[in-house]
Design a protein around this ligand. Structure first.
Ligand code: AVJ
Length: 308
């Protein structure tokens, strides 16, 4: 199968009764660019809220980081938030960014190297949910994990526990883990954040169909689908869907898929937590909450976890 898991995952997902495509496929080059644009939107509060929270909490976070430590970042992207931690915790001697995007990883490593000449940067080019071993530079040092952005909210509970468990095994007992998680808040604030007035989030969602058309020989009619963002209170999550505006058939890699009018493809979940709910999730994976910092409304939290 020439396109590997993208093709397999799309064909399998579109064959489900509730059509769905894993959210990670939203992030091709154009999708990553659109997400960056989303982070600057008025309605999309998480990025700026977490940055402000990390900036004010950084001196306190730094006190939990041991001398000679290794900082391990899961899904490092451009490593912007990392700088707040590194500036406040100069006792950090090694930085291990983990990212599946080779270009983003190399660029971030080079930029951090240039600005922190005494820091040893040891990038790990891997899916951050699958990393089993840290590079030799990290060996024999106390470890602190860093997972900002509420990316944990993209996982369902089972996946989140599995990830938190594998992160704990990677970091070892005695480690700390700094995790950013978006909190439950009024529905109108959430829906606006995922359905902005400029339509950037709509473009981000619909870009998935453009990507399927280009990479998998698809024939989706972009004008026959619309972006929909809904709050699911039972599951405590925002959901993104692509709604079919009429009865239609779309072809992908030689396979035909029927859509009824109003039928959707579910493309993303963003779980929103309560402090107690997040702590309970972390406990299922062998972590305990040492401390949490919470922003004023719109509420966002940064958790300091410790491995049992
Ligand atoms: C990057 C996964 C944290 O869920 O808020 C932004 C992605 N989706 N707008 C999020 C996203 C729609 C974002 N994460």
């Amino acid at each position: 199968m020439p396109n590997g898991s993208f093709e397999a995952d799309v064909l399998a997902g579109l064959a489900q009764p509730q059509k769905q495509i894993p959210a990670k496929y939203l992030y091709d080059e154009e999708g990553s660019r659109l997400f960056e644009e989303i982070t600057g939107l008025e309605e999309y509060y998480p990025t700026r809220t977490e940055l402000a929270l990390l900036r004010s909490a950084a001196p306190e976070i730094a006190r939990y980081i041991s001398p000679r430590a290794t900082l391990v970042e899961f899904g490092s992207g451009a490593s912007v938030k990392t700088r707040l931690i590194l500036d406040a915790a100069p006792q950090t001697e090694v930085y291990v960014p983990i990212d599946i995007s080779e270009d983003a990883l190399a660029a971030a490593a080079a930029a951090i190297n240039a600005d922190y000449p005494d820091l040893i940067v040891a990038p790990l080019h891997e899916d951050f949910t699958e990393a089993l071993e840290l590079p030799p530079e990290a060996q024999g040092r106390p470890r602190t994990g860093f997972f900002p952005g509420s990316t944990i909210g993209n996982f369902d509970a089972e996946e989140a526990v599995a990830f938190l468990n594998s992160a704990r095994r990677l970091l070892h007992s005695g480690a700390q883990f700094v995790v950013g998680a978006d909190l439950v808040k009024p529905e109108d604030v959430l829906v606006a954040a995922y359905d902005d007035a400029k339509g950037v989030t709509a473009a981000f969602n619909k870009n998935l169909l453009t990507r399927i058309n280009r990479e998998l020989g698809g024939d989706f009619d972009l004008d026959a689908f619309a972006h929909r963002a809904v709050w699911n209170p039972e599951a405590s999550r925002m959901e993104m869907h692509l709604v079919s505006l009429r009865d239609q058939t779309a072809r992908v890699a030689g396979h035909a898929f029927r859509f009824a009018a109003d039928e959707t493809i579910h493309t993303e979940n963003s779980h929103k937590f309560t402090p107690d709910g997040f702590t309970a999730l972390a406990e299922r994976a062998g972590w305990r909450t040492l401390r949490l910092w919470q922003s004023p409304e719109p509420a966002f939290a940064v958790f300091m976890l410790a491995a049992n």
